[in-house]
Design a protein around this ligand. Structure first.
Ligand code: SF4
Length: 73
């Protein structure tokens, strides 16, 4: 496993609804530029090795199927 792996809930590329809490089961949208084309909708306890520590971005529509929010970063 990569040393860079981390959970979405602590990643700067995770984008959630404006009023959502940061929890394992909160649904968000991955806005990492290489993953964006896949419109990956993922919970806070998901993760990958594109992880970068930070606070989530926020935008309305981030939890929809598929995500309807524009990436904020
Ligand atoms: S899938 Fe990876 S890059 Fe995207 S929010 Fe989760 S940890 Fe970050």
């Amino acid at each position: 496993m990569s040393e860079n792996w981390g959970p979405c809930k602590a990643c700067k590329w995770w984008q959630i609804e404006p009023d959502a809490s940061v929890h394992d089961h909160t649904i968000g949208y991955c806005i990492d530029e290489l993953i964006q084309p896949f419109q990956l909708r993922i919970a806070g306890n998901g993760g990958c090795n594109r992880f970068e520590a930070g606070k989530p971005a926020r935008a309305a529509g981030s939890s929809e199927c598929p995500p309807a929010a524009a990436p904020q970063r």
